[in-house]
Design a binder for this molecule. Sequence first.
Ligand code: TXA
Ligand code: MG
Length: 322
Amino acid sequence: MIQTQRISLNDPAAIGLLVACLARGGLAAIPTETVYGLAADATNGEAVAGIFEAKGRPRFNPLISHGSDLAMAERYALFDPLARRLAETFWPGPLTLVLPARLGAGLHPLVLGGLQTVALRIPQGPMREAVAALGRPVAAPSANRSGRVSPTTATHVLHTLDGRIDLVADGGPTMHGLESTIVRPEGNRVVLLRPGSVTADDLAAASGVPVVRRGEGDAIDAPGQMLSHYAPHGRVRLDAVAPEPGEHWIAFGPEPAAGLEAAAGLFQLSETGDLREAASRLFAALAAFDSPDIERIAVAPIPREGLGEAINDRLRRAAADR
Ligand code: TXA
Ligand code: MG
């Protein structure tokens, strides 16, 4: 348990406190025009892992990154003319765009859930002010424990996250009370991934192209739905006590008693057995060992509790038959 501080956004020092919290890798619940978001610096892997830990999310679903303006958003994603038109029409506001990510631009892989696309939006109000002052994007899912409803007041945030986050900024009830509309612009059409207060009619009027709902003649695109998605080339053996000769070893905690000398490679998730650190390094480990020449990967056991559930979920997908 940590002490959760509640501050009022009427306090002139509030934005400064939020920025200081985010800059040191803390977790802060901040209102947007839709719902309260649980914010962390999107470039800090351990901070982002902390979001999943605080929410008790059993999976590493990709998170929405919140920018302060189009220039910041363009540093992290590729905008074609349709995407730019939607951004210029609806930002700041309750619209999230799923766009090709500029990989290596600085967003932590946990934010993308291992995908090559990024969900971006520019919110209204204090969240935007905090992001602008921080100078970096902020990842923020709704500020509630996994499986509970999205909060529209600070008290509502505290109902499920008190003692699990550093700060909650009280800005009164949110304007929309419904999460943002999520779309994927595809050049000659807009795919609606999640309905919200920007409607299909609004999108069609602004874009001049058809708006189609996910599922209408579409291949599967729900991230993390397919069991073997994002799996590396090689076979993955889970809950291994020690590497067998020639295996690439993903370690967690202390070295195994034997076998390490014969391993073909080593990636340590967390020497001290810290789940937050391990979560922040998991996608890097899978990427490091994703190569056509690496045939066998073995992974040390990871505890199932807390963040371990999401780590094991992802490892199970990486190990699934394909
Ligand atoms: O209004 C909102 O959007 C709130 C406030 C806090 O901004 N945020 C929010 O975030 O609802 P979250 O994490 O609860 O919802 C993110 C949704 C998830 O359903 C996720 O699967 C989807 O966005 N998503 C994120 N990245 C994606 C991507 N690259 N491709 C497709 N879907 C993505
Ligand atoms: Mg949510």
